[in-house]
Design a protein around this ligand. Structure first.
Ligand code: PBG
Length: 324
């Protein structure tokens, strides 16, 4: 048979495949989410996230040192607030001595070069488990944005390099940028969860922080998964309002959104390989139905191929081990 082109020529050995591979994962691609609890020398495995842990501040610092040595350069902090500290206004989120603020300081003291990003939303501090203030059964926008701006300044004051608002209130990026500027935090970045969808795959995360909404769902602020164009609008508005990095979340069911956003904005795009995506791979691997390591590499590569410059993932350490 005569063929002018034989596409398999470029696939015939691992050497040629690696030469022509369009996408390569490196440790520079990853953001490592960390769950932090009160206490000392304490850690507990998250039931729906096997081999992923909540850790006290001291053990978190130990982990961060290890991450830095592995070549990982950024962490994204989430704290599990005590129930008695929760209220409707997220008061504890602004405590200069709160768990988040203490964690930021401890990490920056121990590993100054590690980029510390912090979650900005009220849910871990809310007695209702919602990302904003609740009035008459509604999550109110403008009053919430005021708290989020103060929370961001508080994180910057503690030493955060980036604040990462994950709440999906309108106008929060502009308000946060203004608050940071007015407080003279001119080096603090904003990674905006711009296109964050109301997803069933957040379940294990809400177990980790005990932050499931006490009533209703998050559909009046997080996006409808039926929509694509709306994600572009959200990302473009966040860039105009001052976001340095925009994020698409979740990742795996939203690869088309990552690509769409990537071609529509001129800032780096991140995606969040979320807790339910982690849990699915862990569960199927445990059953012996898929190869865990291969599934990790294939899914993370698909996110980068889709256009993600950065990937927040619970598999960061596994990925670094697998690619080195
Ligand atoms: C809440 C927040 C959530 C996640 C990150 N920040 C959950 C939610 O919106 O209910 C989910 C992350 C994950 O599932 O891994 N502000």
């Amino acid at each position: 048979m005569y063929l002018q082109r034989r596409n398999r020529i470029l696939r015939q050995s691992s050497a040629i495949r690696s030469l022509v591979a369009e996408t390569q994962l490196t440790p520079n691609d990853f953001i490592v989410p960390l769950f932090i609890i009160e206490g000392e020398d304490d850690s507990s495995e998250i039931a729906s996230m096997p081999n992923y842990y909540r850790r006290s501040v001291d053990l978190t610092v130990k982990e961060v040192k290890e991450l830095w040595q592995m070549g990982l350069k950024s962490v994204l902090l989430f704290v599990k607030s005590r129930d008695e500290l929760k209220d409707n206004k997220g008061t504890e989120a602004l405590n200069p001595n709160g768990l988040m603020q203490r964690s930021i300081k401890a990490i920056k003291d121990a590993v100054p070069e590690m980029l510390v990003m912090t979650d900005v939303a009220l849910d871990p501090f809310s007695s209702f488990g919602h990302d904003g203030i609740v009035e008459n059964g509604e999550i109110v926008n403008d009053a919430t944005v005021e708290v989020l701006a103060k929370m961001s300044v508080s994180h910057a004051e503690a030493g955060a390099d980036f604040v990462a608002p994950s709440d999906m209130m309108d106008g929060r990026i502009g308000a946060i940028r203004k608050a940071l500027e007015e407080s003279n935090y001119t080096k603090t970045g904003i990674m905006a969860y711009s296109a964050k969808y109301a997803s069933c795959f957040y379940g294990p995360f809400r177990d980790a922080l005990d932050s499931a909404p006490g009533f209703g769902d998050k559909k009046t602020y997080q996006m409808d998964y039926a929509n694509r164009i709306e994600a572009v609008k959200e990302a473009q508005m966040d860039v105009e309002e001052g976001a340095d990095i925009v994020m698409v979340k979740p990742a795996l069911s939203y690869l088309d959104i990552i690509r769409e956003v990537k071609t529509s904005v001129n800032v780096p795009v991140s995606c969040y390989n979320i807790s339910g995506e982690y849990a699915m791979i862990k569960a199927a691997a445990k059953m012996g139905w898929i190869d865990e390591d291969k599934a990790i590499l294939e899914t993370l590569t698909s996110m980068k191929r889709a256009g993600a410059d950065l990937i927040a993932t619970y598999f960061a350490k596994d990925a670094v081990r697998l690619i080195s």
